[in-house]
Design a protein around this ligand. Sequence first.
Ligand code: PHE
Length: 502
Amino acid sequence: MTIKLPQNQKIVFETISLTEEKTFDQISEETNLKSEYISGASFALEEQGLISITTHPISEFSLTDEGSHYLQHSLPELRLYEAVRLLGELGTKFDLPQAIDKSSLDKNEVSVALSNYARKDYGTINQGKIVSSREFDIQSDPEQVALTSINQGTEIDQSVIARLESRGLININQLTKRSVILTKKGASERKKGVQISKSITSLTPQMLSQGNWEHLEYTTYNVEAEAAPHIGGRVHILRETAEKVKDTLVSMGFQEMEGPHADSEFWINDCLFMPQDHPARTHWDQFALSVPPAQNLPPDLVKKVQSAHLNGVGTDGDGYHSPWSEDVALGVDLRGHTTSLSMRYLSGQAIGHLEPPQRFFSVEKVYRNDTLDPTHLLEFFQIEGWVMAENLSVRDLMGTFTEFYRQFGITNLKFKPHYNPYTEPSFELFGEHPRTGKLIEIGNSGIFRDEVLRPLGVTCDVMAWGLALERLLMLMYGFEDIRDVHGTLCDLQLLRSTEVSY
Ligand code: PHE
């Protein structure tokens, strides 16, 4: 009986030789089939005992930037040798600084040259003197020759490979090549002839609608066959974690707030009882935009906020007694926190008057004029939130955080008393970094002061917070630098392979 094979297997089977091994690449070239089809078909043929596959580990070499530099300019030790030779006779002691000067090596190259000169037995370096002790052609130095061979893809002197790698001049990439040959069984089957099996590899909508899918013969997949890694796009872990945070807060009964990234100072700072001369309101901290002043601020609220600043709130109130100007309040900034959204919602301006109890949140970008370092960027995502209810206490705040962070596997929170112009009491939150064990600040919180709430028309308690999404990520995944996930220095491997879990 003649053997039946699916089309690709038939093509590959008929190309393979009984006497000479062929690589997947060779077969791919001969058959015009893509190499992933060759490997799929080959593994299937091997399973049927028709061919045998051998794997050969091979190394591919490439020059690093430093290696390419020395390919052009010669290895530093060779340039030093050349300089010494130019100074005079073999065996003569010359001043080392003089030789270095003559070689025009740069600082880094000098130390490379010095550590390799004696090792290669070009001469000796002793007490500030350098000697060349043998005559040779610098172009024949085995390491220099190997750099050329690697560049040209020609035969390489294997004895210098390890040295070139440890000098950081080459990269070694280990690969496996596979080659195939026909087995005896394969040869005898092939003699009898090969037919194309009618088994199908993919279902079509027609097969399904006509119902004949039930009677068809299907090709089995070899899920273990090797294939090129497929790196598709994926949602950034920061975005993905932001979504998880939203899900978590929604499941805790919160509703989402939204609002502008560029907002008036009124919503960003004034409503929060931040004095207009507060240092956080300068360009050292926040980004001011050169755009026309904000419009449509609610005039009643502006008056109340102004009065809170100037006279305080309540019978025993005492304001800042510093000037308050509407012009400053109308200036437009990139928001330095999303507490501006909380102000818009609490004031009733966003979606109308709110009766307690209420819970709101946002997971949105904020912008600060910070100095870049491993834990600070100019922009980050803030997890803003607040709860409005009667008789809230610090216990409620701590309990909410404990519950929230527990969902992300973070159970060792620390709280530290803090100061905010708009909350009293206030707390900073810290979590332990899973790798370094260091405490890192992950958020800031408190219970809004009367000076904030009364002008907004809120008569019960409101506890609130701003947490950093990036810091949450650092605690979850253990990386130490935010720049691993953001910007041009980001670690692509980490972004591709990290799975978001909560
Ligand atoms: N706005 C604060 C910050 O950015 C966070 C915060 C919000 C603190 C609400 C208390 C109340 O750090």
